[in-house]
Write a protein that binds this ligand. Structure first.
Ligand code: IMP
Length: 203
């Protein structure tokens, strides 16, 4: 099958995440798909589900319904072993509704004061809703440890305190975007999803 590219709306209202998704798969999707920014009239979607997958599906469905187009969505969380997997699905609101990235990082470092086991992982569930209810789902993870204090100004969210395994000790906040994407949970989830989408479209 060939022809016009399929239009998929990038469902997130978080500009940092949208930029990463476009960087990760914009080229990979080639001529098969055209990524479209979420129109500003689409209302915020409440992340009401108890799981990352549930929230990613809810976001993709809501944006698809509001635009009449297919959609790409993700939900991500940081799971810290010593905190029983928190903040997890509540990562954006860990320090309360409307919390800033800095508030959440401060809350996390406070919760880990004096804690030696600092193992953690980012988990991303990415969903493509292609129309007629067809949904493709992929998950990506990256394991690492929480640093004692923030380092670096790149990335967003918890990046300045996340040191991925297998690296040279730098946090995601100290890495170039491409270095982060090569191993990040979002990079892994969306590259796998791009492969599924192209297969589904026969490209
Ligand atoms: P969301 O619910 O998927 O929008 O993301 C939840 C929260 O997780 C965000 O507000 C960020 O604080 C954090 N987060 C998501 N992805 C990343 C990432 O790639 N690096 C650092 N923090 C992230």
């Amino acid at each position: 099958m060939s022809g016009e590219p399929l239009e998929l709306v990038v469902a997130s209202a978080n500009g940092d995440k949208v930029a990463e998704i476009v960087e990760i798969i914009g080229d990979e999707l080639g001529g098969a798909v055209r990524l479209v920014a979420r129109p500003s009239h689409v209302p915020d979607v409440e992340e009401s589900e108890p799981t990352l997958e549930g929230n990613a599906r809810v976001k993709a469905r809501a944006v698809s319904a509001a635009t009449g187009l297919g959609a790409l969505a993700d939900d991500s969380g940081l799971e810290v072993d010593a905190l029983g997997g928190a903040p997890g699905v509540r990562s954006a609101r860990y320090a309360g509704d409307g919390a800033s990235y800095a508030d959440n990082v401060a809350m996390l470092l406070g919760a880990l004061t004096g804690v030696l086991d600092r193992r953690a992982r980012f988990r991303t569930v990415a969903v493509a809703r292609l129309g007629e209810g067809r949904e493709l789902v992929c998950e990506g993870t990256v394991a690492g440890v929480i640093a004692p204090a923030p380092r670096g100004t790149r990335g967003f969210g918890y990046d300045p305190v996340f040191v991925p395994d297998g690296g040279d000790g730098r946090t995601f906040g100290e890495m170039e975007a491409a270095e982060k994407h090569a191993i990040s949970a979002r990079g892994r989830a969306f590259r796998a999803l791009a492969t599924l989408v192209k297969g589904e479209l026969g490209r």
